[in-house]
Design a protein around this ligand. Sequence first.
Ligand code: RUB
Length: 262
Amino acid sequence: MNFNKICKDIKNLKIQGASRVARVGLKAYSLKPNNNSIKILRKLRPTEPMLFNILEYAKKFGVKEAKKLIEGNRKEIREVGGKFIKKYSKVFTHCHSGTVVAVLKKNKKLIVYSTETRPLFQGRKTARELSKVGIRVTEIVDSAALNYIKKADILIIGADAVLKNGDVINKIGSGMYAELAYKYRKQLYVATNSLKLSLDDVKIEERKFMEVWKDKPKNVYIDNLAFGVVKSKYIKGIISDLGILKPKDFVKKAKKKYSWLK
Ligand code: RUB
């Protein structure tokens, strides 16, 4: 794959999920390692600080070291998260997070409720990957979520960014599910690579209306925000390579780990 093809695939979501975007984005940078490539890559998915951080790291310490950092973190998360989820739990998740899938795969004896995630149906990817390893998945339309949140023992979602106040940005809908979980006293965890810490404000990506309704009538307007905020007060813990921490403690520890992130 060449640089332009990778950029195209990231833009049209053939390559999706913050971690995969960062890993493949790093590969693109390794093919054309200069400042202009960084500029181009940063524009593809504006809500992906893991990509921005890893490019920054690669520029400072080289691509090989950057790869090592990502892989080391991934391994840690799988260990930490795999031990954490109790057997036979009913787990609610939203969208497709490679990190959540990796953690759930560590414990096959689960029942997973997965939202289909309109408009692009990333939830089907989650269902495919989990069912392949023998996990029982119930795929639901997004608007059925309340019933399944009530049935669930735990909610686990991914993250695109963790902000310095401990709030998390993830697929649109995540904030709404978090508030429902809180109301019904269900614990919500976020599984993430600590490289998603962002010390800067994060722009929420707005995608084309066609993804929602290609031949919409005149005078119908479409808002297609890709992501939304999950307030830290709704998050019981962040499962990451740094352990399982309260959002504020996660930020403290991550800031220390990435002191080069200014
Ligand atoms: C995917 C999404 C995922 C996070 C985390 O959105 O919101 O929950 O990116 O993914 P999109 P991961 O499909 O628009 O990229 O755990 O794989 O980093």
